[in-house]
Design a protein around this ligand. Sequence first.
Ligand SMILES: [Zn+2]
Length: 123
Amino acid sequence: MHEFSFAYNIFKVAEATAIKYNAKKITEVLLEIGELTLIVPELLQRSFEMATKGSIAEGAILTITLTPGKIKCRECSKISGVSLTHEAQLTGLQLFKCSNCGSNNTEIVEGKKANVKNIKIQE
Ligand SMILES: [Zn+2]
């Protein structure tokens, strides 16, 4: 399960930060996820609950912000914003057309990453 290992990694990052600040509890984790990661926020929420059970992050709120995807065209070098189609969500195939010249020769430059932006702790 993609989301579970992902949730576990988030927890490890948050935990390491909390330990650094001598926190007793993590109350909230603010997370930014690229739209093209194909991560389902609801599944991630549930996985996060499971991954943090019995830890200092148990009961912490996971706040997810989705960031839009961007592609760069290899033909005309234009950057366009893209969002995931329903089809891409089902198949996992992510082929995007340049909005400027219509070429399929594009690469994803944003939207494939996820990172912990901030955590809230109780000292
Ligand atoms: Zn183009």
